[in-house]
Design a protein around this ligand. Structure first.
Ligand code: AMP
Length: 330
């Protein structure tokens, strides 16, 4: 009798990264965290907190440490299950920096200098750290280290993902098959959330009054939404080009509740609905965060366990890359 053994189809591996430069906001939740949580059963995701990236600009060491722990706490509070999705602090897996160097050896100065984010941040004035220039190569290392199939990315990261793919293909061609070349994906459930005060710009960690932090208390949420920029047309409808503020509010409501405005008669009514919907989404996260924040040792253990879980994959990749590029085996 012959037995046919059919291998179980390999599960898709994904990496979602978050820069630990500030508190996570509503855009991070609706654009990245929620899709990650929704896919926990379908894909093998790694949630990476990119604390090394925080050092590419002037930084306060105590704040970088605090932000890293805070982000991990918020991720857990939002529903990332560390049993299914390792939460990994970039700096705790040393292979990130080792692979960064090896990839720098196949990256050109011009390629890095062309990156839009580098141009924007370096144009802001003040001294420019060399690490700001090479940060997209570190991001390539973050991704290639884990043999991932897919990287959920927002539009702003498309150029960096393209560089990652270019470097992987170049390395593979020059030195032999070493890296899996990942695809960028946009999860169906991801929303692009704009700054409430400046709705033509994306809500980001550096946004000012137009940003809703995931730990903002109810009165701050209410005030931020109440002050959200609208227009003088008086029409509650989605028209990104002509009504970016109103469209953003409608999108936020849809992302939070899955439905259009119940009362499409006034901007005040729309803002009330958005306030209630955001508060309903964030209140349980705030409550769970308060419990977890009381036990930072637990969160640190989650990070240690996450690093331990992924380190063998990272070590195997670096081992392959070292051998391929011409280093003696250790
Ligand atoms: P970052 O905060 O830039 O490190 O981004 C972490 C993740 O959140 C990435 O997957 C981004 O694409 C996503 N993200 C950041 N800001 C927004 C936003 N305003 N709307 C939707 N997704 C966002």
């Amino acid at each position: 009798m012959t037995t046919t053994v059919t291998a179980a189809p390999a599960r898709t591996r994904r990496l979602t990264g978050f820069q630990s430069t500030g508190e996570l906001h509503l855009g991070n939740l609706l654009g990245a965290l929620r899709p990650l949580i929704a896919a926990q059963d379908a894909a093998d995701s790694i949630a990476l907190i990119a604390d090394l990236h925080a050092m590419t600009v002037e930084h306060d060491p105590a704040r970088v440490r605090a932000c890293a722990l805070e982000q991990a706490t918020i991720m857990l509070a939002a529903g990332v299950d560390p049993e299914r999705t390792p939460i990994v602090l970039q700096s705790q897996v040393r292979e990130h920096t080792e692979l960064h160097y090896l990839l720098e050896c196949v990256a050109g100065h011009g390629e890095a200098a062309r990156m839009i984010q580098f141009k924007e941040k370096s144009a802001a004035g003040g001294p420019v750290r060399l690490s700001l220039l090479t940060y997209p190569v570190l991001m390539a290392a973050d991704i290639l280290l884990y043999d991932v199939d897919q990287v959920p990315v927002g539009e702003d990261q498309t150029q960096h993902l393209e560089l990652t793919r270019t470097l992987a293909v170049r390395f593979n061609t020059k030195y032999g098959e070493t890296f899996r070349v990942p695809d960028g994906i946009r999860p169906d459930s991801a929303a692009r959330i704009m700054d409430l005060a400046e709705p033509t710009a994306k809500m980001s960690k550096s946004s000012g009054t137009g940003r809703i932090g995931l730990l903002d208390p109810p009165e701050v949420i209410r005030r931020t939404v109440a002050r959200a920029a609208t227009d003088t047309l008086g029409l509650v409808r989605r028209d990104r080009a002509n009504q970016p503020g109103v469209s953003n509010l409608i999108d936020i409501l849809a992302a939070c509740t899955g439905r259009p405005p119940a009362d499409p008669t006034s901007y005040a009514a729309l803002k009330r609905e958005v306030t209630d919907a955001v508060e309903a989404l964030l209140a349980p996260i705030r409550a769970r965060h308060a419990e977890l924040a009381a036990d930072p040792a637990f969160v640190r253990r989650v990070l240690t366990a996450g690093a331990e879980r992924v380190r063998p994959i990272a070590a195997a990749t670096v081992h392959r890359a070292r051998a391929a590029i011409g280093l003696l085996a250790d």
